[in-house]
Design a protein around this ligand. Structure first.
Ligand code: PRP
Ligand code: ZN
Length: 297
């Protein structure tokens, strides 16, 4: 491979990961001029270009050195690690990216009373993930037939070509539409940044390091929430105990109400309705959860 001075990132051309991946890269300060065939996007802000491809091709492109990085589902990356060409360079999951969450699951016909993996003994399971399924079956000590299909896995039981399936589940809509139900989870997946185990020794290594730092900043801010609420001094302790982790909250006086305090806390993750309701029960009111746009400590 001749040395390159621009970094090249492979990502899904069109699909569930495309929009959030582009959004993430934009937040990292990368801008692109899209070429007419939309396969290659030239990076304008930084020397980082995009290659838009089928998600299943991404790990191979990195392993062959055609691309330096890829944004791809952990499911696709892990499957490649298990079944990709033996000569291929091993790849690393450099960062989980927090979007495109789904799981690789076993699903069975709704009427089947599934309780444990052993019931799959001697059955045929259709999947596009023979590597991951095979590994799981071995770990469970189950001997089942693996029917590898490129797509439309969910109709295999109805067609009689399989007794169960092993496929991605996100909302569960596809399973319901095909009278299947989720029986066991093999892998929790999300979009990840995939790359080589070692940084390239040329300028791309420095670029990659810079990009990882920006990415970490973007991810940290994206997952931070600012929680604002009012509480009486009397309830303060109970309220504080329920606050989702993070640095110490800031307390401010409320004009004209000496017994009341305004509390401001930075939370490390999502604040759910359930958590808010609990905090309210402990005595908080006037609660706001705000996204954090930029942070400079
Ligand atoms: C996946 C999977 C299911 C569907 C599940 O395919 O193969 O068909 O999504 O999602 P749901 O639980 O929300 O219904 P996807 O559309 O991601 O395309 P793929 O063939 O590239 O995996
Ligand atoms: Zn795909």
């Amino acid at each position: 491979m001749k040395p390159r001075d621009r970094l090249r990132i492979a990502m899904q051309k069109s699909g569930r990961l495309t929009e959030p991946a582009l959004d993430l890269l934009t937040r990292c300060g990368l801008t692109f001029r899209q070429s007419r065939d939309k396969l290659f996007c030239f990076g304008e802000g930084e020397p980082v270009d995009l290659l838009l491809v089928r998600d299943d091709d991404i790990p191979g492109l990195i392993a062959q050195g055609v691309c330096d990085l890829g944004i791809v589902g952990r499911n696709v990356l892990s499957e490649f690690q298990l079944t990709g060409g033996r000569e291929a360079e091993p790849l690393a999951e450099l960062r989980p990216l927090g979007f495109g969450r789904c799981r690789l699951s076993i699903a069975v016909p709704q009427e089947l009373d599934y309780r444990e993996p052993r019931q799959l003994q001697g059955r045929r399971i259709a999947t596009s993930y023979p590597g991951l399924l095979g590994e799981w079956l071995r770990a469970q000590g189950v001997d089942a037939g693996v029917v590898t299909l490129a797509g439309s896995v969910e109709i295999a039981p109805k067609l009689g070509t399989a007794d169960a399936i092993c496929d991605l589940v996100q909302s569960g809509g596809t399973l319901v539409a095909n009278q299947l139900r989720e029986a066991d989870v093999l892998l929790q997946s999300e979009a990840v940044l995939a790359g080589p185990l070692a940084l390239p020794a040329d300028e791309r290594g420095d670029l990659l390091e810079l990009l990882l730092k920006r990415l970490d900043g973007v991810i940290q801010v994206r997952e931070s929430r600012l929680l604002l609420l009012q509480t009486s001094r009397h309830s303060l302790e109970a309220v504080t105990r329920l606050l989702p982790g993070g640095p110490q909250p800031t307390l401010l006086p409320v004009a004209g109400q000496p017994d009341q305090l305004m509390l401001q806390a930075l939370c490390a993750g999502e604040v759910s309705w359930r958590q808010l309701e609990e905090i309210k029960k402990a005595g908080a009111r006037e609660m706001f959860v705000l996204p954090v746009e930029k942070m400079l400590a």
